[in-house]
Design a protein around this ligand. Structure first.
Ligand SMILES: [Zn+2]
Length: 289
């Protein structure tokens, strides 16, 4: 009897102990998240915060929520000029604004809010850090080929309407650094130099921010520019690249421990192709190695 009572008390003590440990962990996690809103999926997004685990998920959610998107720009102190709705279906644009201080040339184009928020975050977290790391200079101007264009994809007569038809896409052709140096997608994409490294770096950074990213790796139609759009794809997006494998499939490769980042590129590509085939996604992801 005595022994069983002691065991019972021991079990109760143990349960209380674990309850206290859990509570202490919960309190610690809450206060840590309060100090690091960039990692907190419930904290409002601020584009000026450092990049965190929750940043890109929250940004993706803005693709379907223009009102919250404008609130994010205000909260982040990003100046914008809201414009009234215009156009007829299928090129009706309810969600239309410009970023007057964005370093875009020619003058800042009219885009959706999600595109503008993505552009701002891409500049902060992708473009400027890459320019400073590789050239020790900041980017002062980005040459673009336009955002809004009421047309179908590839300018065809039939088929689906382009994201450009609602100003939800931007084509970027070149970057100009503070010392006047120009790095262009058309001239500098290939090769081993710093210019090519920079362009690939900013393309990869764009993949974290935009719904779709197409580069010269994708097809000849994008040989001289990066197409960035905010198609509402949820978190993840399509970063269509022929040279490097599709990000989503690669992630699956790593999740299955079939490949890791240290493996050489040909091994990674092979794995990606294999997994893409296995999950029958090759066509959907347009993988052509
Ligand atoms: Zn485009």
């Amino acid at each position: 009897m005595k022994l069983s009572r002691r065991i019972g008390r021991f079990r109760l003590d143990l349960a209380i102990f674990w309850l206290l440990v859990t509570f202490a962990l919960f309190v610690a996690a809450r206060s840590w998240l309060a100090e690091h809103p960039e990692h907190n999926p419930w904290a409002p997004l601020n584009l000026a915060d450092p990049p965190g685990w929750a940043t890109h998920h929250k940004l993706a959610a803005l693709r379907k929520d223009p009102a919250e998107c404008r609130a994010v720009l205000e909260r982040s102190n990003v100046a914008f000029e809201a414009l009234p709705a215009t156009g007829e279906d299928p090129c009706r644009r309810e969600d239309r604004l410009v970023l007057p201080h964005a370093p875009l040339a020619p003058a800042a184009p009219q885009t959706t809010c999600a595109l503008a928020a993505g552009f701002d975050l891409w500049m902060r977290q992708g473009v400027q850090p890459a320019a400073e790391a590789l050239f020790g200079k900041r980017v002062t101007r980005i040459k673009h080929l336009g955002a809004y264009n009421c047309r179908r994809t590839y300018g065809r007569e039939t088929g689906q309407w382009s994201e450009h038809s609602t100003g939800n896409a931007l084509d970027v052709a070149a970057f100009v650094l503070a010392d006047g140096k120009r790095i262009s997608v058309g001239a500098d994409w290939r090769g081993e130099g710093r210019e090519a490294a920079f362009l690939h770096k900013v393309r990869d950074a764009a993949c974290q921010v935009f719904g779709t990213v197409l580069s010269p790796d994708y097809n000849a139609a994008h040989a001289d520019h990066l197409h960035l759009d905010q198609a509402a794809r949820g978190f993840g997006g399509f970063c269509r690249q022929r040279e490097t494998c599709v990000r989503l499939v690669c992630r699956e490769c790593r999740r299955l421990s079939l490949v890791n980042e240290e493996d050489d590129v040909s091994r990674q590509r092979f794995c990606c192709a294999e997994v893409a085939y296995l999950v029958n996604e090759a066509a959907a992801f347009d993988i052509r190695l």
